[in-house]
Every structure is written in structure tokens, then in C-alpha cells.
Write a protein of this length. Sequence first.
Lengths: 448, 448
Amino acid sequence: MQHCDTLIFPGWCVPIEPSGTVLTDVAVGIIDGRITDIMPAAKARVKFQASVTVERPNHVLLPGLINAHTHAAMTLFRGLSDDLPVEAWLKTSIWPAERRWVSAEMVRDGTELAIAEMLRAGVTCFSDQYFFPEIVAETAVDLQMRAVVGTPVIDFPTAWAKDATECLSKGTDLVHDPYADHPLIATCFAPHSTCQLSDGSFLELRVLADQLDTPVQIHLHETAAEVAESLERTGKRPLQRLADLGLINSSLLAVHAIHVNDAEIELMSSAGVSVAHCPKSNMKLGSGIAPLAAYRAAGVRVAIGTDGAASNNNLDILDELRMAALLAKAISGDASVLSANSVLRMATIDAARTLGLGKEIGSIEAGKSADLICIDLEHCNSQPVYNPVSQVVYTARADQVSDVWVAGKHQLDAGRLTGIDTGTLLTRCHEWQQRIGQDTPQNARSIP
Amino acid sequence: MQHCDTLIFPGWCVPIEPSGTVLTDVAVGIIDGRITDIMPAAKARVKFQASVTVERPNHVLLPGLINAHTHAAMTLFRGLSDDLPVEAWLKTSIWPAERRWVSAEMVRDGTELAIAEMLRAGVTCFSDQYFFPEIVAETAVDLQMRAVVGTPVIDFPTAWAKDATECLSKGTDLVHDPYADHPLIATCFAPHSTCQLSDGSFLELRVLADQLDTPVQIHLHETAAEVAESLERTGKRPLQRLADLGLINSSLLAVHAIHVNDAEIELMSSAGVSVAHCPKSNMKLGSGIAPLAAYRAAGVRVAIGTDGAASNNNLDILDELRMAALLAKAISGDASVLSANSVLRMATIDAARTLGLGKEIGSIEAGKSADLICIDLEHCNSQPVYNPVSQVVYTARADQVSDVWVAGKHQLDAGRLTGIDTGTLLTRCHEWQQRIGQDTPQNARSIP
């Protein structure tokens, strides 16, 4: 018999590739953090001697979910203010809180909270944009989480960098060392939005991105106001401005991409630009609704992201993909738009390809990294099971995620996080609540 | 010291009335299934000797959530078919399944599954429309769940009744006996939709509803096709037809009510018609989006429902109220529309009033029935807590509901259902899956 580290026997396996496949009576092995073949269960039992055998007869085995856009550390601002129009939300709440509280310590704790939440919810990889990206990367490595760490680039001074040139310089350090060819961390540049960077900064960024072969992601056409302001200030819509600056190409990930016209969709399609769709944040902020059906018809690749917890207010990709499907059906008036299978691909293989990780993650295929999850369907709210993909997409909650492996490490084992001390983490959250909350009016009162 | 059955010490208490109130350091007692005053915690500890003391320091105590519209037994058809346009979904999947499988046994098991799911998710009262309503009522009483049991009325023969007259006759039995003045069960008539009843049947129903003083609920203006068909067949839109038949009044609950014009909203407002808003089902079936902001501006009372699990696919009111808030913001482009506080009222006191139960449930007030829930915020995805109402509405999942009381009975105790044997229930679900699933193509396969 051959040795393997872990052998998983799920009730069902949804490998994502080939599309639409649902397997039963199979096993998946993990050797040195990588996936073996998907084997008939009986064959696996005679072929392999496993260090750990994981029997999950009521569960669906899937590739780990991918959160294509977030600001992890903003978990510490979760629920700080809600139900405000986006401009007021930013100007009266989020930006003042960021000016006062963003620090290496805050980013460390906020990112750990985000990783704990995401692992618990079956997310094995997140694409992040936030200050102190070196801390985001360090935290992800410490906790053995996969991340695409974006270096924020803005012209204005922050606690982390004084201008775009310093952002780019720090980002270059991150790309070179220690994360070149790192097993868990990939990097990119993340200019915040076109209104936060001059043409000069964008040109500087483009040269560096080309030299370092580093992808770029940017909030683009998120609000009607952003597009209007750009037109007024530069005479161009943001996408056109980026095109003129040479930044519209297949290494660009356009985040949100809501207020686009047909010509812009065509431009994105022909240039190979991808989209990170964040339906809950867009809805909650009243920003608008991205034209998913049009993107898919035009062949634009779309991944799913939660955005930050300050505007979602969760980092739960199961919830987000369900929302993407329901919203697309609602807007089109067509229940057949964005099927369960399609939306599950957006949160796995499509997201992996969007982030340049399509050969490493996003499906259960021999040789790929063992980023895997099990979802338990033996809950009243997911029964009966006629079609496990339907139950995963339309009924399963994050708490039904029973097991998570990242590069073969068993991060969530039968519902328990193995690498994070949540007691200590929650104590630190309470401390942050006391510190950050002191600036906001408390609505809870006692009675005499 | 005074005796009380149960004394609950929550971290926060959100009594719903007065609106916007959040209390700390308080206790709520239960005596003979009813709520005592909300007291300062210190006072409660010296005043009361409780049989059971429940300490929930990280939790929010709320009135039980109300599901204003569902078809409970349809849990057994959950996920049978998805991603189909509504006409195809009904005609090729749901109606054939109903013709073949609906029976007293199916309604009993499906309703028990629904009640287990709803209790687990903090729902303490549901308003139901389905065949064999006497079985729905019996099941709710057996499991000590509160329900508004609607008698379905349609002209066509079903496994339960041969025509509208028989539906009404059976419904009359239900209203009279044994559920007149029952502590847990209220009743109503539930004509399916205007296209399923002749004018004669509606007139018969109206006379009975008046005589028995029984409210009426009906699927109304759910799809554009329903409105068009009515116009073609009767020359009237459904709402106008009901108005001409004398059925538009304050005892009518209009379910869905999506495709309405300004004059119709005005008519509903002036007549005191209420609306049961089911956003997830409407989205998933591509039926359209109800004009929530317009209803609220016109003073129409709106409650939240899940609809049946075959089109949702959950019976989770926390998820549904979050969806209602996000969808209203998305459609209006205004993040301030339908605040966390407003939407929580829709799922509690507004729903109670809509169902004619406003004096009995829907808020934590002295003398009301002890229909109460606790939601645990000590989860990574709900931390930190700046505002507990925001965390309940925008972050909490059904699994964070730790405790549920219905009329004082502790139905969910620290996450465990006390009155339902879920092991046996799930075994019966598996049997139904085998029976009902045999008619549908299986998508799961093994590999050689």
C-alpha cells in the first residue's frame, strides 16, 4: 500500500472540473499538501495507507471557496455605521475611523479576525487591499491562509505611506521578497480608484507592474458619482482614462464594475479584464447592481467578493454566491439566469483564474494544492437532498462547513478551528470595540 | 421573593417597542408562559426566585421572529428543481410532485421538518397555506409551535378536497373547532390566487369569512403573467376583481404584491390591506421586486415571509429580513432605505399586527406571550459589537440563535431542540428523498 497524509471519503464530491460533475463513492487523498487523483472509494481503501482518514458521509467535498475582493482588517469596523448613503458613510464614519485607528496592530488583529471568519465559512483564499499589506501577508502566512495581497496605492498620505511613490516602493519590496514564488502568498498592486491617483502615479504604477509582471486590481465604476466626477475632472470616464494610461489589459481586475455601458463591457471583454462582483456590499451601500448577465454574455470572467466587513457585513462567500444568483435572477426577471452550477464556478475556478491562480487552486484535480472544504448537508435546512449542488448554493450556511484544508493543512476539523485561538482573538476584539467604539454614540442603555 | 418560571439575563435586550430601544443590564421573566416586566437585572435578582435562570451575557434577547408566509410542508420538495422560470418550475416539477405526493403523511412530515428548521432559526410563529391544514395545525400543536393556519381554497380537485365548496367546509370546521381561542393556533382562509377561483367561490368565501370573522390571505400580483391573464380573462386586474367582490379590506393579507401601480398601492393603503413580502422567493423565481419603499411611504403595513422551501430554499427569517433590507437599498440606490431597526420591526411587531396577533406577540412587553429568542453575538462573524441591532440584522446567522421560547416553553436550549427528535426526523426525510427523488433524474454518479 502507498502512503498518503489524508484520505477523505465524502458523501458527494463536486470537483468543479469537469463542469457540472457530481460524484459519489469516491475518495480524495492529500500527499504533501497536494491533491491525488479522485478515486473510487473502494479502490482508495486498498491502495492507500493514510495517516488520517476523514469520513464525511453526509457532506459535499468541494474546492475551497475564494473571496476575490475584501479589505480584511476592516472587520474591526464591522457595524460601526450602517444604513448611510455611501458618501456620508465614508466621510462621517469610515475615513475618520481609518485616520484615527489604522496601524500595524489594527491590521494584524483585524486580518486575524477576518481569516478566522473566512476559514470557518469555507474560504481558503482571499484577495485583499488594505494599508500595511506586509502585515496582511505576515498574518496570512502565520495562520497558513492563502492570500493575494494587494499593495494599496493612493496619492494622499496615510498612516502607512506618504504618497503613491512610497506605496509603490513598499509594494515592490513585498513583491520581490519574501513573497516571490511563495506557496501561499501572491501579490498585486491595488490603486484604490481613479479619483485617488494622478496620471503620473498611474504611469509609475504601470511601469512597475510591467517590470515585475504583477497584476493590478482597482475599484472601478463602483458608483455613478465616481463616473460623473471623473468625467468632470478629466473629461473621461474612469475606464477610458485607464485605457488611455495603458492599464486596460488581462492582468487587470476591475472591482465592482457596476456603472458600465455596452461599449465598456465590449472593451473589457476584448482586453481580457476580469470583474470582482460584490453584490451584498453594492446593495447595502445602494451603489447599484452590476450587469452580470451582460458580462457573462460578453465572455467577461467574473469572480465573487465580499468587499470589507464594514459594508457587507460578513466575509461569507456562500452567502455572497447565493446573493449573486438571486440578484441576477431578480434583475433579469429570469430564474434560469446564473444557475447554481455557474455561480459555484464563479466562487472557485473562475475566481482562481481571475487571480492568476487557475493552475494551483479552484478545482479538485490531481496535482493542485489541497485547498478543500466539506459542507455538511445533514441539517434540517438542507434536507432532503435531491441535488447536492443546489443544496450547497441555495441552502447551506457557513456553520455547515465542517472541514477546511489549506495546502493540505486541516484548518477546520469537524467544525473546530485548529490554528486560531478564538477565545484570545475575541478578547482582543472586545478591546478594539472599547477603543474604537468610544468615538461613536452608544445606543444601548440601562433602565432605572 | 416572588416565584417565576424562567428568568433571562441577556447581554442586550431589544424589546422592539418602544421602537429603537436597546437595553443592557436587564432581565426578563416568564410566568405561566407570559412575559413579566423588563426589569433592571439587579432588581430581578432580589425580587424573583426563578425555577430556571438563563444567563446569556453575549446575546441579544428579542421577541420571536415571525414568518408571515410559507407553505411549510413543501420543505420536502426543497431543491427538487431550481433555476427554472416560474411557469416551467410549477408545471414540470412542483405541480406534478404535489399531485403525486401530497397526503396527510407528507404534510405531517414536511411540516415537522419546517418547524424544526424555523425553531432552530428563531422563528416562533409561521403563517401557512397548504393542503391538509388540519394536519398543519395538529403538528404545530404537537410540537408547541405558534401558527396561523390558512385553509387553502381552490376550484380544482386535490388530494385534500374536490372543490372550493369542500375547501370552505373543511376550513369552517377548522375555524370552529378545536381552534377557536386556541393559545397557539389562529386560522384564516387562503384562496390560492385569483386565477384559481371563480367569482362564485370568492363570494362564498367572503360570506363565510364575514360570518366567522376570519382573515383572508392570497397570492396577489405575484407575476406579470398573473396580472395579464386576469386582464384577458376577466377584463380586470386581480386587485380590482377582488375589490369588486368586496374582499379588499383590513383583514386581507396580500402575499407578494409585486406588480402594482400607484393607484393600487393607494387602494391597499386606504383599505388597510397588509403585504407579506417574500424577497428571496421572488428573486429566485424571477417574479419581480415588490415596491417596498412605496408601500412604506403609503403607510401599507409590510411583514416578511420566506414563501415555501421549494422556492427559497430556506425558512430563515433572519436571512430574509437581511435580504429585504439589502434589496430595498439596491433598488432605490439609497442606503438609508429600510434601516436595520425598520426591517427588524417588519419581522416582529409589524408581522404580528398583520396577522391579527399584535396584542399577543411581536414585542417584549409585560403580559404578552413569552415568545422570545436569544442570538449569540460571540462569533467571529458578528464581532466587534458597536450596535447589537446592526449585528443581528446584518451579520447573525440562524445557527447563532441559541434559545427559543414559544409561549414560555424552552424549545431551543443553548442550541439544542428540546421537543423534536431530529435524528428520527432526518431519517424520515431520507425516506421521502428516496420516494420523491425516484421520479427525477439523479445527477450524482460514481466513477469506474
